[in-house]
Ligand binder design. Structure first.
Ligand code: HSE
Length: 416
């Protein structure tokens, strides 16, 4: 018998209990041992459940229980999750977590601690919910040099953008609908500002490139500024707007990493990843592009990934499975300002023609192509600018503004 404890009986934690209950027999066969939840930590009361007797409010009950060899952390947030996970790894207990904030901020440290103490620290559920992505990158694609990863990593924002694109809802209507359907939190800031996607691309980057990339080193832009005019211009350009987390290895060994809304061409596999679904493209030198698609959030999909890690942990109690990356190296993340960029710009002046003429003068006529939207506001022009770096683009948009042209939007164009 393998005894486990679950920290947090929220959406994911209760899903873990549900999956372990409905698939008890098949999980025991796969793990080659029965798995029993001995303790559940939560400050709330949950009377009337089959496992109500397992609840405790005191983490010490779990830490001091020598029978518990695996602790599943589904509390979310950095504290006290970090303190509890550290304590487990210092006291002979392997840890499985769904907590992306914890892994993105403390992954290198917790992986090193697990390795030092001959324990596992597994986090398949921290990125992509039910989509297998941590194990595929670290094991199945291990023969490759990964050059690039690009993903739609946040279901909430993908749902909002899909509603804007397909049903022409504006941002706030689509957000309200997402909240009504339970796809967005009451406070959706981590999703719509890109913070959640940033944590996830940092975890994937750290795993693929073996060096911890911390979220505060990453340029992050959310979707709060995306409008229906931008959606229409993306359509005229030939694609859709998606919130993309991307990381690319540069020839000098640095990585370029960012999270931002992007135009994605209709032919791209990422363009058809809609609603709350996630899609992650991994570019390997041997495999070429591999794309992962599925439910990136939600109770049972996320619990599926957690329980798979628990099974893996049980099977490898004796022979430990190590994921590993080094702590951050100075200068590993490239300065985003030097990156080359192609971008869509929407600008307004007395007339759209005047705005476009000013843009031609500032960027050079051959570097600017106008997009003719179906229902343009007469004072606006949308155009694509090529051949700039992030820094020179920002400088020239400043010059445009200095000439009295209002820059309404700037959205990068992807090449995925
Ligand atoms: N709101 C997040 C999402 C939850 O939709 O992706 C999972 O991180």
């Amino acid at each position: 018998m393998a005894y486990i404890a679950v920290l947090g009986h929220g959406v994911v934690g209760s899903g873990v209990l549900e999956v372990l209950t409905i698939h008890t027999e098949s999980i025991a066969k796969r793990a080659k041992e029965r798995i029993e939840v001995k303790r559940i930590l939560d400050l709330r009361e949950f009377p009337g459940l089959a496992y109500s007797g397992c609840f405790t409010k005191d983490f010490a009950d779990i830490l001091s229980d020598a029978e518990i060899g695996i602790v599943v952390e589904c509390m979310g947030g950095l504290h006290p999750a970090y303190d509890y996970v550290r304590a487990c790894l210092e006291n002979g207990k392997s840890v499985v977590t769904s907590n992306k904030e914890l892994v993105a901020e403390k992954g290198a440290e917790l992986l090193a601690l697990a390795q030092k103490n001959n324990l596992n620290f597994l986090f398949e559920a921290s990125v992509g919910g039910g989509i297998p992505i941590i194990r595929p990158i670290s094991q199945c694609l291990a023969a490759n040099e990964v050059s690039e990863i690009a993903g739609i990593l946040n279901g909430t924002t993908n749902f909002i953008l899909t509603k804007m694109i397909r049903e022409h809802m504006d941002f706030s209507q689509a957000l309200k609908l997402a909240q009504e359907l339970g796809y967005a939190e009451r406070d959706p800031s981590a999703d719509v500002e890109g913070t959640d996607a940033c944590r996830k691309i940092c975890i994937l980057a750290s795993l693929a490139f073996g060096t911890h990339v911390y979220p505060n080193c990453v340029y992050t832009e959310g979707i709060t500024g995306v409008t229906l005019e931008d959606v229409d211009f993306a359509d005229v350009w030939g694609g859709v707007i998606k919130l993309i987390g991307s990381v690319k290895r540069l020839e000098n060994g640095q990585v370029h990493i960012m999270v931002c809304p992007m135009f994605v061409h209709r032919g791209s596999q990422l363009a058809s990843v809609d609603d709350v679904f996630n899609g992650i493209l991994v570019r390997g030198d041997v495999t070429g592009d591999v794309v992962f698609y599925g439910k990136g959030a939600g109770k049972l999909p996320t619990a599926s990934a957690v329980v798979a890690d628990v099974i893996d942990c049980v099977k490898h109690m004796a022979a430990r499975k190590y994921l590993f990356w080094e702590d951050a190296k100075p200068g590993f993340v490239a300065d985003p300002n030097v990156a080359e960029v192609t971008a869509y710009v929407r600008a307004s002046a007395e007339t759209g023609d005047a705005a476009f003429t000013a843009a031609q003068e500032i960027f050079g006529g051959e570097n600017v192509k106008r997009l003719l939207a179906n229902t343009p506001k007469p004072e606006e022009a949308g155009f694509v600018v090529d051949g700039e770096t992030e820094a020179s683009l920002a400088e020239k948009l400043g010059a445009l503004a200095a000439r009295g042209v209002r820059v309404e939007s700037r959205i990068r164009i992807s090449d995925y």
